[in-house]
Every structure is written in C-alpha cells, then in structure tokens.
Design a protein around this ligand. Sequence first.
Ligand code: ATP
Ligand code: MN
Length: 480
Amino acid sequence: MKRTKISTLLQTDKLGCAVNVKGWVRNRRGSKHVSFVALNDGSTINSIQIVAESENFDEYLLKQITTGACISVDGILVESQGSGQKVEITAEKIYVLGAADADEYPLQPKKHSLEFLREKAHLRFRTNTFSAVFRVRHALAFAIHQFFNNKGFVYMHTPIITGADAEGAGEMFQVTSLDLDNPPKGEDGKVDQTQDFFGKKTNLTVSGQLEAELGAMAFGEVYTFGPTFRAENSNTSRHLAEFWMIEPEVAFADLKENIDLAEKMLKYCINYCLENNKLDLEYLDMRLKNEESQLKKEHRSESSLLERLKLVVNNEFERLSYTEAIKILLNSKANKKKKFSFQISGFGDDLQSEHERYLVEKEFKRPVVITDYPKEIKAFYMRLNEDGKTVRAMDILFPEIGEIVGGSQREERLNILQKRMKEMNIDEKHLWWYLDTRKFGTCEHSGFGLGFERLVMFVTGMKNIRDVIPFPRTPKNAEF
Ligand code: ATP
Ligand code: MN
C-alpha cells in the first residue's frame, strides 16, 4: 500500500479507508490488551495515534514498538475515541523497520533541556521543538527564494573559497592543502604560498557581496543565498562560525530603496510563515511561554512570540540616523544611570547589542533602521556622504535579536573608492576586478546582508543561534 503522510491524514475526513503510514514512535502506552502508539513522520508537529489490539499481534513485535523505533503500519483510518485528536488508525499490520534499543535511545518521552539536545543534534529533529524549528527554517528559505523570484532577481552562486583577502567583514578561515607539519618555505623562511593548491593564499568567504555586485552590474538585480564563515572567537548566542547569508544587490537603487526592499522582504517571509506554519508557530509560542514562565519577571519578554511576529508585519520600521540614535542613547536613563556595560560617550561610538536592543525594545517598540554611520566603523565600499564623515550604511535592528540586516549604498565613484581603500590599507591589487566595475559602466547601486539564522531565531523565538541550524559550528565545536 502506498504511504500517506501524517499531515494529510490528520486533515482528511475520509474515514473508513485503508491507509499506510510510516514514521518514528514518539511514545507507546496502554494496557495488556491494547497499545496506543504516537507516531510521527516529520510532516507535521502532530503525531497520529495508532491503536493496536494485543490479540492481533505477536508479543515480540509489540515489544519492539518503543520510543525511537521506525515502524510501518497498515490500518483503517477511524474517528478517534479519545480526546486530543479527530482521527486515529486501527492497526491491522505492523512492520518494525528499525527497532531502537530502549535502554540506549537518548530521547525519552519527557522534557529534555536544549543543551542536552544540542549534544544529541543527530536525533533532535525527532523532538517537537526541533521539528517545528526546522520546518520553519525550510519555509523561510523557500519564502526568500519566492520573494526574489517574484521580483525578477537572478539567484547567483558566489564562491565559497575566495582569494580576496579584503572582504572586510570579519576574521577568515584559511583554506590550504599544504602539509601543515612540513610546509614548503621560501628564502625568507615564511611559508611559500605560491606552492599551495591555488597558487596563493585562500580563505573561506565572509560574504558574497563583492561578487554579487559584479552580477548586479549585468543583471540589474541579483541575490546570493549561501554559507559564509567567520573565525571570530566570540562565543555568543548570536554568532556562528558557519552561517547562511542572503545578499541582494540592486543596480539603480539608493539607500532608501535598499531599506524598502529589506523591509518588504522581512515582512513577506514572516507573513509566509504565519500563513503556512501555523501549527509550528503556535507550538513554539506555547513553548516560549512555558520557558519564560520559569524566569524572573524582568527577564521575560513583554510580548508573546506570535504578538511579536504580528508587530513586525503590521508596523512600519522606524528609520533614523546614527547621529539621532546616539543622541537618544546619550539622553537615555540607562546611559545616565550607567546601566549599559558600554557607556555611550558620543559620535563615533560603535553600537553594541545592548544599545540596539534598547532602541528597539524600550524606545520605539518596533524594528529600527539606523542609517549613516561614521565611516570609521563601517566597510570601505560604503558610499561616502557629502559631510565626509558618514557613509550610506543601514543596519536593521529587531526585537530580541539586535542586528539582523547590515547593508549600504555602495561607493560607485572610482576615485573616492580608491581613496577610501588607501585610507583603510586595502591593497587595490587584490580587488582589481571589483574596481573594474567602477571603470566600466558604473552606476548607483545598493545591497544588504541578512543573517539567515538571525531571522530563524526571530521567527521561532529560539534564544540561542545553535538551536536554529541543524549542526552548529562554533569555537571548539564541529561535531556531526
Ligand atoms: P554583528 O555586529 O552582529 O557581529 P556584523 O556587523 O559583523 O554583525 P555584517 O558583516 O553586516 O554583520 O553581516 C551581515 C549580517 O550577517 C548581520 O546583520 C547578521 O545578521 C549576520 N551575521 C554576521 N555575523 C554573524 C555570525 N557570526 N553568525 C551568524 N550571523 C551573523
Ligand atoms: Mn560580526
């Protein structure tokens, strides 16, 4: 018999039909005479109940139906006698496809901590929380592609191994095939990188932006969606060494159009989940309420997960300049009473996550876009403003998350770009191809980078970035 997914069965009203389901046992309870098996196949947060009368089955077979086992069930879909579900399956035949030793299987039908489950990342997809999180992650990825495809953007694959030393977004991981115990050395005693695989030093990319700009100068509108790597040794709940980034790049667009695009995209994706992942989001909303009820009042969020998602979708993002943001922070009670770990002293200060969250959660109570940062704290490719002090940068800050998007209008004027590179000690030789776009048909253009995991964190309410990527890569951790 052909298998039907549990998500389909739970929505159908075709009672009395013969069906086949396959999945993993979440839980089995019952009596000597009858077993109730909660079976889940990952198609929905909900499990289907299988009812097996003991007299119809071999005793040894029933014994093997333990939490974690994979089984196939032929049976009849009937109206459920119990509460909690509309339909259930009266089992006629059960096949144990893969037993799971009950003494060894680590996931028991009880609440496990997120930390414990991180160590069992190979199995954690089989819990309600992580099945919901990763279905939402999938939905967000799909929504992003759909959003850009609908607008006629070209999806561009930028390289993961890069020879450009100067992407300027963070510490890089070096890629080499040299024998590290015995590398070839030049006359100066240093490692001879011309003998390495690519004939020069290469790294894992920290951003696809520079290459995306090349695409925008031909297709007009492109985006990347791929893995990026940063060797920053910051063990925070918002940083991974390997994460996924979405980077649109748009010709003929200024900073305002860039922000409009980012705002539309974020709202589109969140709306997509609200419409298509209702059950998962309701579950995650409840999970977060339970988790926060254990916390002291001052550590609880002011709104629930679903409220927060709707708040973002239904409100315009607040837009203000860096200079205005600094003024607000300087005058804030938190700063005057020295509540921040990093005091704000004036123009030039980099905003820390605590300041970003103050602006979003206390001051404006909605997403905030900060523009026109001092050039010293931003990358070389951002367009210099008339004032000579600030650049056309924008960061989008979200409740609970802080920075979720970083973007800018790009410097399209060759001479100013060269001057900025010199000021920041970036060797033109390495980026000759990037500078070529400014020589051959340059034009106004803008783009941004959205950290995919930060978006997944926001939509799922998970507080640690390690819990929204299947197998997190963080300092001292590359298991699985
Ligand atoms: P942060 O200040 O949070 O470290 P950043 O300024 O280094 O961020 P950008 O270089 O602008 O970030 O990167 C664009 C986006 O990529 C950020 O807005 C964020 O959403 C995401 N991002 C950056 N670094 C990481 C990381 N280590 N892990 C996960 N996401 C990241
Ligand atoms: Mn960073």
